[in-house]
Design a protein around this ligand. Structure first.
Ligand code: PFF
Length: 477
């Protein structure tokens, strides 16, 4: 009889599953993928957090904003705002076990809150597009620089010479497009393979490698750079250099570096096992990310100072200043190459998490397969990335700038300093005010003292912190 043929019964099961799956009133479905171990989750989340933000952006914005005092504000934002929001994000994802868009839908319903909250998921998908569309281009610079340093381009190069190499790269749209394309393909290829066969397999190899390389570079800076000056630069708190804009940049960077406010950490949390502790995992992820940023600073600034160079060079710091330093030092060709390989690795494991929220949504709703979704999202970001490529050459003139910012600067500013903190603010408000306390209590499983601390942070400290910094930035406070 036809009803019992394998084909028919497979079809029936699938229909049944998707009906259950789309029934948001129902209990937790097991259709969603899961990390194979807690370590896999940790490495993936650290892989997402540790990226261009730590190794490229943190050193240069620290340099632009005068060093120590900026670092202090950044550390405060990590501790008081970043960690509570990260706990909230992981918790929401793990509770709903769905993509960020569906997570916010289901949980809003479960908690008797308005459907408005799914805006968090949507804005996350959009922010992911925006960030990836410049992230991939900068990662492309790093790939180009692996080749340049390995082939000895920077040996004994002058500051001007190094500036010319960088100018030659970013002034050439074709070369930038090639690297941008390659990096995007690398990213999509991993996401298309899925959680275990793609993301997990990659981070398990890349993260230990990254740590080893970073330690080698710090040891090198310790031996051959002005380590003491590097330390002093990062940790001497000179508040006179701190402007209002510095504070919003520090807060934006805290969100950016922890991958918060856009669903990346939420979607990784959704693949987490139910029995793992969220609080301690998040604490370790945030500490790892912060330590890597500080170590990157300690690998870079001592070399910059030892060669009489300036730390305030902006985005060119690791691409112009640092190669000059490597070029002047014994072993610089090797260590310089290690540095840029590290940068590519860090960028790769972060870029995959920018694509995952959108891919998770498209594939979970059966709109398209994971493979198709990955390539489509990659394609959109790639197209938007053409604008980033042109920001450094054909569109670099003042006539193409809006409020003094190129298309690249605008995307970075909008995503990092506005969308991510706003996403984080909404997440904090949802968990602390719209949802019931019992939700957090159930998921987090903390002692009552620790829970109260979290509750204070998520209800008051984090939202007020973000709000005050925003109001201040627009001149209302
Ligand atoms: N955290 C990454 C970095 O520091 O480079 C950037 C990033 C990745 C931001 C993923 C946001 C995100 F969802």
């Amino acid at each position: 009889d036809a009803g019992s043929t394998p084909a028919a019964s497979t079809k029936y099961d699938r229909a049944d599953d998707s009906a259950r799956y789309n029934n948001y009133e129902g209990g937790v479905m097991s259709l969603h993928a899961q990390w194979s171990t807690r370590l896999a989750f940790m490495l993936a989340a650290i892989g997402s957090a540790v990226g261009l933000g730590n190794v490229w952006k943190f050193p240069y914005i620290t340099g632009e904003n005068g060093g120590g005092a900026f670092v202090l504000v950044y550390l405060l934002c990590i501790a008081l705002i970043g960690i509570p929001v990260m706990i909230a994000e992981v918790m929401l994802g793990r509770r709903a076990q769905r993509s960020p868009i569906s997570t916010m839908q289901v949980l809003a319903k479960e908690q008797g809150a308005s459907g408005f909250w799914q805006i968090v998921g949507w804005s996350g998908v959009f922010a992911g597009f925006l960030i990836l569309s410049f992230y991939s281009v900068i990662a492309g610079w790093a790939m180009a620089y692996v080749i340049e340093s390995a082939s000895g381009t920077f040996n004994a190069i002058s500051g001007d010479g190094s500036g010319d190499v960088f100018g030659g790269l970013i002034g050439d749209p074709q070369r930038l497009m090639i690297w941008h394309t390659l990096f995007m393909i690398m990213t999509v290829a991993v996401v298309a393979r899925g959680i275990r066969a793609g993301i997990e397999k990659l981070v398990v190899i890349l993260m230990p490698l990254l740590l080893v390389m970073l330690l080698i570079l710090v040891a090198y800076a310790f031996n051959s750079g002005e380590f003491g000056r590097g330390l002093a630069y990062l940790f001497s708190f000179d508040f006179s250099k701190l402007s209002t804009d510095s504070i919003i940049v520090a807060m934006g960077h805290a969100f950016f570096t922890l991958s918060l406010g856009m669903g990346a950490i939420m979607v990784y949390g959704s693949y987490m096992q139910k029995n793992t502790s969220i609080g301690s995992s998040v604490l370790m992820i945030a500490i790892a990310d912060t330590v890597v940023a500080l170590l990157a600073g300690l690998a870079i600034f001592p070399l910059v100072f030892a060669n009489g160079l300036e730390p305030g060079a902006g985005p060119g710091l690791v691409f112009v200043t640092l190669p000059t330093a490597f070029g002047a030092m014994p072993g610089g060709q090797f260590f310089g190459t290690v540095f840029f390989v590290l940068l590519v690795i860090a960028a790769w494991s972060s870029a995959i998490s920018l694509v995952e929220p959108a891919v998770a949504w498209l594939s979970e709703r059966d709109i398209m397969s994971r493979v198709r979704a990955s390539w489509m999202i990659g394609l959109f970001s790639w197209i938007l990335g053409i604008g980033t490529v042109l920001s450094f050459n054909l569109w670099s003139g003042d006539e193409y700038k809006v409020m003094g910012k190129t298309f690249f600067d605008l995307k970075d500013y909008l995503a990092s300093n506005i969308m991510l903190p706003l996403g984080g603010l909404l997440i904090a408000l949802f968990v602390g005010w719209a949802a019931k306390a019992s939700m957090s209590k159930d998921e987090l499983n903390l002692s009552s003292g620790t829970f109260n601390l979290f509750w204070l942070a998520i209800r008051f400290v984090a939202p007020l912190g973000v709000a005050i910094i925003f109001l201040n930035a627009v001149g209302l406070l």
